[in-house]
Design a protein around this ligand. Structure first.
Ligand code: PMP
Length: 362
């Protein structure tokens, strides 16, 4: 079986072991004669899958009991609204603007009438860096996006705050360790990059922040109703949660998040070192101190300019060599290699080999 190397930004590559397990179990789950996607979400069989997924996340991130773990729908995008709906106390909320995904979050909070204050932004340089900032102690919450999928920037460490910190971790979910004993109030991400298919959002929320019966917030969008119903206020995405359970088991098998993180560091280093030593043929979008371990966005330079033609040719030739998903986001252009958990060191080496070959021929 010939599979390509998939550098897509999301939905993206899923470990082969996980796909094969899903395939093996698909028609006949655990010898029961039905597929996991054919049975009630209220059945014991599915409940076990859901609870196993929750336990895996708790174990991997070492999440204390005062946090609830939810699997919600509406994508990471719905969290742009759900966060302010639930965490706003009528005061103000502070955001760091590091690109499209924080801009969208800011927009949705404003629609809800929240007093949004943008404490810092890197818009002045096409979001190529994580800016300096400080949050007020008395904000209702402070909001960041830990990894900026389009521009290839990432916070090296999550900031310390006195108020609850909200983190959109959609594109670096389960890729490194996170300390849940400090200031994190709510941590969320769509699972379709590092941990499964699209359609499920993992939300990890400090229970002390959620209230009951929030005025003018629909029941389905109240975290506390979801917590009380173990994410089953309505029919959840049973297949997505099942796949997430398999993927988190796979992460555990790799040695957990510290091993996964080290592997991600090694992979990114190979690629960044190669780009830095390409005599200016390849050039990263992100500044060195802000580079992402997950999304490597770069350009091809000819005569001192970004060359759209060469970039097109690069994507075309890479596909011929069995590597897909390398076209940059439509907003930024260029090339983007997403090297999430399921991409191996060998996969990155193959990409670098190709990049070397491509450079020699132009
Ligand atoms: N936040 C980030 C950082 C993302 O990369 C994305 C999607 N690429 C989103 C939010 C939106 O996710 P969704 O499409 O699941 O709503």
């Amino acid at each position: 079986m010939q599979r390509v190397i998939n550098f897509s930004a999301g939905p993206s590559s899923i470990p082969l072991d996980v796909l094969q397990m899903a395939q093996k179990e698909f028609l006949n789950y655990n010898g029961m004669g039905f597929s996991i996607i054919e049975i009630s979400h209220r059945s014991k069989v599915f409940e076990e899958v859901l609870n196993s997924a929750i336990e895996n996340v708790r174990e991997l991130y070492k999440i204390p009991d005062n946090f609830a773990i939810l699997f919600l729908q509406g994508g990471a995008t719905l969290q742009f609204s759900q966060v302010p709906m639930n965490l706003s106390k009528g005061g103000f909320a502070e955001y760091v603007n590091t690109g499209v995904w924080t801009q969208k979050a800011i927009k949705e909070a404003k629609i809800l009438g929240i007093d949004v204050r943008v404490v810092s932004s890197s818009e002045d340089d096409e979001f190529s860096y994580i800016p300096e900032f400080s949050f007020s102690d008395n904000a209702d919450y402070a909001y960041i996006c830990s990894n900026n999928t389009i521009y290839g920037t990432q916070y090296k460490h999550l900031p310390t705050t006195k108020c609850p910190l909200v983190v959109d971790s959609s594109s670096d979910l389960l890729s490194r360790e996170v300390d849940f004993n400090g200031n994190i109030g709510l941590f969320y991400g769509g699972i379709q990059k590092n941990a499964g298919p699209s359609g499920v959002t993992l939300v990890i929320v400090n229970k002390s922040l959620v209230k009951d019966n929030i005025d003018r917030v629909p029941t389905l969008l109240q975290y506390n109703s979801q917590i009380k119903n173990n994410s089953m206020l309505n029919t959840p995405n049973t297949f997505g949660i099942y796949m997430f359970n398999l993927t988190t088991k796979w992460i555990k098998k790799q040695g957990g998040l510290s091993c996964i993180h080290q592997n991600n560091i090694n992979k990114a280093k190979i690629l960044y070192d190669f780009i830095d030593n390409s005599n200016g043929f390849y050039r990263c979008h992100a500044r060195k101190d802000s580079r992402s371990l997950m999304n490597v966005s770069f350009n091809i330079i000819k005569d001192g300019q970004k060359s759209v033609e060469l970039e097109k040719e690069f994507v075309y030739m890479a596909e011929k060599d069995g590597m897909i998903g390398l076209k940059g986001h439509r907003i930024l252009g260029g090339i983007r290699a997403s090297i999430y958990n399921a991409i191996s060191l060998e996969d990155v080496k193959k990409l670098v080999e190709f990049m070397h070959k491509f450079q020699r021929s132009y």
